[in-house]
Design a protein around this ligand. Sequence first.
Ligand SMILES: Nc1ncnc2c1ncn2[C@@H]1O[C@H](COP(=O)(O)OP(=O)(O)O)[C@@H](O)[C@H]1O
Ligand SMILES: [Mg+2]
Length: 309
Amino acid sequence: MMDPLERCDPDDDTSVGLMAAALERGHRVECCTAADVSLVDGRVVARVRPVAASGPAVTAGPRGARPVGLDGVDAVLVRTDPPVDAGYLALTLLLEFARGTTLLVNDPRGLREANEKLYACRFPDLMPPTVVTADGPTLVAFADGHGGAVVKPLDGHGGRGVVRLAAGDPGGPGLVEAATAGGTRPVMAQQFLPGVGDGDRRILLLDGAPLGVLNRRPAPGEFRANIGLGATVEVVELDARDRRIVDVLAPALRADGLWFVGIDVIDGRLSEVNVTSPTGLRQLTRLSGGRPDLAVVDWIAARAGGGVG
Ligand SMILES: Nc1ncnc2c1ncn2[C@@H]1O[C@H](COP(=O)(O)OP(=O)(O)O)[C@@H](O)[C@H]1O
Ligand SMILES: [Mg+2]
């Protein structure tokens, strides 16, 4: 379950990479969007498109006329991009009716519970100083008191809407007014970590265990280290600070059924926990020389109890 395949980058999209890896292993793969999912007489069904390998990427045929039951597939990968809006919420609630009949990656209850920005706040010791509020003066005071801050929407992704607020910036009140829609929408302010210039580390986790680490360095003139914003990517080793964060997070992620997750670590601090559609798997596969993509597929196959088919 994902956004329309035609909108995905055939080389870099993680959903495409997972489908290609599953096909490589001989599994049958189908894709659909959230809008293709229905609940009919208590049974979750979807109108799916058959997916076939096409070089390193994949192609999908036309949507089948008859929906297939989710109870008839071994696993469902839920990878719709944010925003986590009313449509996304409805999808996770529909998927509840498939619970127990197929493996759901990630678990819909976990997806509802785990706001990507707020999940990290369960572990304040691992995070930079952080405040979440819609109150403009509180945000400005936070930036002033912490030598500058980053202000981000709670439902964003890809660096969208993430802005830097310098201490004492005369434009601060106007900036937070825009970010909070006039004081009506809470946002997160985090101490600005200057170490972001050395990179934002994306650690991909499978069942709480690290698959690898990608360090993303922001493009010149940019502090946002998102790949879609031109960040450069390199594979790095898991270091002691990464390890500590992973060890603390792993039991919580497992308990929430958040099997495939990407956490972001800046300057040794946890900044966010991506659960809806974590990216970076293809770059990790390409640059590491390993096959973390096949590791994900094989874990899903083993967990689902299904073999090839
Ligand atoms: N506390 C921070 N200090 C410095 N830079 C930050 C901080 N938080 C985020 N950033 C920068 O902004 C980018 C996007 O922020 P992030 O929280 O990862 O949101 P998104 O979901 O949009 O990726 C990060 O990759 C990083 O470069
Ligand atoms: Mg991020």
